[in-house]
Unconditional design. Structure first.
Length: 281
């Protein structure tokens, strides 16, 4: 019986999963099948399991599961295996890296009446995230990258640009889309306009390959900025920037900042009327 149970589990992996034969699961899994995943939680029913695997293989079209070892006793089969694949779409909030990954897994299957009734699956989640560049260590490193860049900019060190930015695309309402060299020029123009400018990180939130940084800025307008002649006025503003980081470099940046408030402080645009002023008019 133990050998038959082992063979059943191998069929699920080799003939159904690896060959994407979802129909075969109707034969090999019990109608009341339940899957318990360390991250996935409970998946109840054969159809729900098919939907989960369809989603998984859409993310990893070349995924394969490679049997390493099996141990069986009574109605239980323990299977140690490796799963491999290359992410092609966003997976668990992480943008596709194009890297081929390998993850170790162990499952315990309960068999009854020639079908698998229940599975408990444990896999190396941290290992996966590390390979995808989104481990806790990676998010910490990504935050540190942004802090290092801002500290460098505060010292006027634009030479760090090449170390921090990859083939980046930057977007903000004030500038529109800027490719890498245009972004470098824009940063240089900011430093020229505000030689004493200083950015302060107020907060950071990171998940996967993304870091969101809330910042504040102070500086004296001493050079031309976006066609505006220097005014000598002290300016304060704030904003939020979202960066996507791949292999230790920023590849995408989206920023929102209080451009109107900044221009008003430099007297480039009239202040907005207050509600009470409008009411009195």
């Amino acid at each position: 019986m133990s050998e038959a149970n082992k063979a059943l589990v191998r069929r699920v992996m080799e003939e159904s999963w690896n060959k994407r034969n979802m129909t075969l699961m109707d034969e090999l899994l019990d109608p009341g099948y339940v899957y318990h995943g360390v991250v996935e939680g409970e998946i109840i029913g054969v159809e729900a399991m098919k939907q989960f695997l369809t989603w998984l293989y859409a993310a990893f079209p070349d995924a394969q599961h490679i049997m390493q070892e099996q141990v069986a006793e009574g109605d239980k089969v323990v299977t140690r295996f490796k799963s491999t694949g290359t992410p092609q779409v966003e997976f668990m909030g992480i943008a596709p890296s194009g890297k081929h990954i390998t993850v170790d897994e162990v499952s315990i299957s309960r068999v009854a009446g020639g079908r698998i009734v229940e599975d408990w699956n444990t896999w190396d989640v941290l290992g996966l995230f590390r390979q995808l560049g989104a481990s806790p260590e990676a998010t910490g490193a990504n935050k540190a990258l942004l802090r290092r860049w801002i500290e460098g900019v505060n010292k006027g060190n634009l030479a760090l640009f090449d170390e921090v930015y990859g083939d980046c695309v930057y977007n903000s309402p004030a500038t529109g889309e800027l490719k890498r060299e245009a972004l470098r020029q824009f940063m240089a123009s900011l430093l020229a306009a505000f030689p004493d400018g200083r950015w302060t990180i107020e907060d950071q939130v990171a998940e996967g390959d993304k870091v969101v940084t809330r910042w504040s800025f102070t500086g004296t307008h001493q050079g031309e900025l976006m066609g505006l002649a220097p005014t000598g006025k002290r300016v304060k503003t704030s904003g939020v920037v979202m960066d996507r980081i791949v292999e230790g470099k920023i590849v995408e940046e989206r920023e929102e900042w209080d451009t109107l408030g900044m221009m008003q402080q430099m007297s480039a645009t009239p202040p907005l009327a207050k509600a009470e002023d409008k009411a009195a008019a």
